[in-house]
Design a protein around this ligand. Structure first.
Ligand code: HAM
Length: 369
């Protein structure tokens, strides 16, 4: 075989594709009931869009982006995630002028140059949702409840919903100071990336996957202990509203997101059946990104579901794919002309009809009706 899919990429073929389509149509239907509208965005953006938002010291920006110069010498990146591209479009098209909350969803491929392993791909598909224009914690609860509705309607059970708050620009400096103080004596044990991160963005040390770094940061203070009163109130209200909506959840003070843009609410949904890549969906609030992209201060919150991680969790029946409603077998060339027309007409009436063009085969094997 001369050509193969690239490492970390996969073809999605029938019959598997029917599970993908079912998930997509369930998600679309639930998005409709919550007032989310679809948007379709390009799969590539100026590299800066991602650096500015995801963060220069994040793993995604430092190691995982597919970045290249186009023929005009511009730095272009295949989107590693949807939120930054979405905010670029939100600001570019002045969508903030519509009455809030404005709610959007998208589906499509993302690209990260990660080490491929089970449930981790270099091209993977997300279903994402973003709600803009209010920082009311009831919206946070609503969007998590919507995510729960999507995942349960497609048949996923036993998922863990973990939430936390990672504070805002008011309380974060205090937390960073406390974290730096805790990590100060451990710098020598860090990987070279984390040594650098200690100065530039110590929060990213919490996301490092190197075993020595994981060990050295053990016992570090959780950000949740350093929230300002506004963030504490916001988080308490989120929890109350999740209880009201009966969304089972737990608080994980050590939940760390791999993207820098989050403020306040962050959450992750995981399945123990997936091993180390157990996050099936994740998201959070990003209240400063629109302003950083040149728009008016506008809060936002969203999530993305990883398709490759939910498809294997869905019980599919082994039923053979549905056959045609009618199979037409003309017995000679003259009959074939008529049969083609009849076939088209039946299809126009919504029947699934197959026609065999090889009259010789038809003559031998036909079931005469
Ligand atoms: P994320 O946590 O980077 O968040 O990705 C969301 C989900 O995408 C993950 O929970 C996982 O299911 C899936 N995923 C990520 N990387 C891979 C991979 N290499 N292979 C397979 N699946 C993967 C975001 O992308 C944010 N944009 C979510 C968000 C939207 N936050 C606010 N709005």
């Amino acid at each position: 075989m001369k050509y193969k899919t690239l490492k970390g990429l996969q073809d999605i073929l029938p019959p598997d594709i029917s599970v993908w389509q079912q998930i997509e149509s369930t998600a679309r239907e639930i998005f409709r009931t919550y007032g989310y509208q679809e948007i379709r965005l390009p799969i590539m953006e100026s590299t800066d869009v991602f650096i500015r938002s995801i963060g220069e010291t994040s793993d995604i920006v430092e190691k995982e982006m597919y970045t290249f110069l186009d023929k005009g010498g511009r730095s272009i990146t295949l989107r590693p995630e949807g939120t930054a591209a979405f905010v670029r479009a939100y600001v570019e098209h002045h969508l903030f002028n519509n009455p809030p909350p404005q709610k959007f969803y998208y589906m499509g491929p993302m690209f990260r140059y990660e080490r491929p392993q089970a449930f981790r791909y270099r091209q993977f598909y997300q279903i994402g949702a973003e709600a803009m224009g209010t920082d009311d914690p009831r919206l946070d609860a609503e969007i998590i409840s919507m995510l729960s509705a999507i995942l349960s309607t497609i048949g996923l059970e036993g998922l863990n919903f973990e939430i936390t708050s990672i504070g805002c620009k008011e309380c974060r400096p205090d937390y960073i100071a406390a974290l730096k103080a805790f990590l100060k004596d451990k710098i020598e044990d860090f990987c070279s990336d984390c040594e650098r991160r200690y100065k530039l963005n110590p929060l990213r040390i919490l996301d490092c996957k190197v075993p020595a770094c994981i060990q050295s940061r053990e016992g570090s203070p959780p950000v949740i202990d350093y929230l300002c009163s506004e963030c504490t109130e916001h988080f308490n209200s989120l929890k109350e509203n999740l209880d009201l909506l009966k969304v089972p959840h737990s608080i994980n003070p050590n939940l760390v997101r791999g993207l820098d843009y989050y403020t306040k609410t962050a959450f992750e949904v995981s399945s123990e059946s997936l091993g180390s890549q157990k996050a099936v969906a994740a998201g959070g609030r990003y209240d400063s990104m629109v302003k950083e992209f040149g728009g008016p201060p506008t809060p936002g919150i969203g999530f993305a579901i990883g398709m490759e991680r939910i498809v294997p969790l869905i019980n599919t029946s082994d039923d053979a794919p549905e056959g045609p409603d009618l199979f037409i077998c003309p017995l000679d060339d003259k009959a074939s002309e008529k049969a083609v027309l009849i076939t088209e007409e039946l299809r126009n009436h919504g029947l699934r009809v197959e026609i065999n063009f090889d009259t010789a085969v038809c003559e031998q094997d036909t079931l005469y009706l």
